[in-house]
Every structure is written in structure tokens, then in C-alpha cells.
Design a protein around this ligand. Sequence first.
Ligand SMILES: *Cc1c(COP(=O)(O)O)cnc(C)c1O
Length: 217
Amino acid sequence: MALSDIQDHIAKEEARMGRAPGSTQLIAVSKVQPLDRVVAVLDEGHRVFGENKVQEAAGKWPDLKEKFDGIELHLIGPLQTNKTRQAMGLFDVIQTVDRPKLVRAIARIAQEEGSCPRLFIQVNTGEEPQKAGVLPEGLGELVELCDELKLPIEGLMCIPPSDEEPSLHFALLAKLAKRHDLSGLSMGMSSDFERAVAQGASYVRVGSAIFGARDYG
Ligand SMILES: *Cc1c(COP(=O)(O)O)cnc(C)c1O
């Protein structure tokens, strides 16, 4: 699908659900994609991108940020505490805050640097042992810690289990966000972004549907 097709699908779903036009932002997930495909999407005017590895993003985005104005880069993969400073320098939004140690590291560096990326908490809605994200029952405590440390949290992010109906997880994430008075919802990927828009996503994260399949070879 072309970028414009995805945007059409988002707009149609917003209209169908009575949501404001443009209330869902599209994050183009560029991980593992060859540079020419990424540049093609930048040339089309798109500016919001997602990467899931700090190292990989550090290899391509500083250059691209110099060449193209207005890029907004989201970290959507797990963040190791020892890469926090590098990630905070590179990303405009970190969507994968998920544990007290990381919250404390971000707070300390934010104080030193006098600036902080926008932050989302990742919730492991499917309670999968191998997956990152705070468990739903631990969310309240993590939000409180962020409050104490004066770290503003914009919203919640989730990656539903691949073998379950994603809408149930999107609805759960929306409920948790409401309970904690958070407006941002990052949910939905290539196969289910329309269902995420229907459940109130403020960001959908779409990779292969825009860029084509990822070649890990
Ligand atoms: C890779 C990735 C995506 C995009 O997946 P597609 O199926 O290619 O759209 C979205 N979110 C996260 C967290 C990812 O790692």
C-alpha cells in the first residue's frame, strides 16, 4: 500500500467513528528498511518515523535530520538502561518506558540536560512473559513514580499478542489510559491499524504496509 492509501484508510476510519480528522497520527516504522525506501517516504513529505533499536536509528537518523526539516522520531522498541542517554539525544518520543529503573535514569538525565523527549509507557496487555512493557496491574505504581519525578507521561503503548484479537487489547489500553488521565494511545500496526483507529489510537505504527516486507537476510 502506498503511504497515501494508508492515510486514506485512517481518515475513513476516523470519519466512520466520528473522530476528528487528523486525530490519528501515522508513524512510518522504518526499521530494517533500506535507506532509499525511507528517503522516498521523506520525499513524499512524511515526517513521523519509528525505529525499534537505538543503534540502528543512530546510524541513519542524524544525517536524515540534517537533510530534512521537522522530523519526529519515535523509539518503539525496548530501551536498555545503559542506552538511555543516547536514546534521549536521538528520539523525540520514547514509547517504551516500562520499569522504575528506566524511569529513574530518564529523570536523572532530563535534569542534567534540561530537556526530555515526550514519553509513553508500554503496557504488556497480553501479560506475555517474553514481551517488554509493564503489566497492567503495575501501571498505577509506575505512573505515580513518573509523577513524583516530574516526568510528564503523554500516553500508553501496546503490542498485542499475535494470536489474539487486537481490538480487545486496544480497548484495554484505552481503558487504562482513561483511568490514569492520559490522552495518548499508541496502538495498531500494518495488519490492524484500522481497528486501532476505531478504538481511539492517537498514533498507529505502520511498517511493512508502507515500505514493503522487511528483509532480515
Ligand atoms: C516493527 C514494529 C511495528 C510495525 O510493524 P508492521 O507489521 O511492519 O507494520 C510496529 N510497532 C512496533 C513496536 C514494531 O516493532
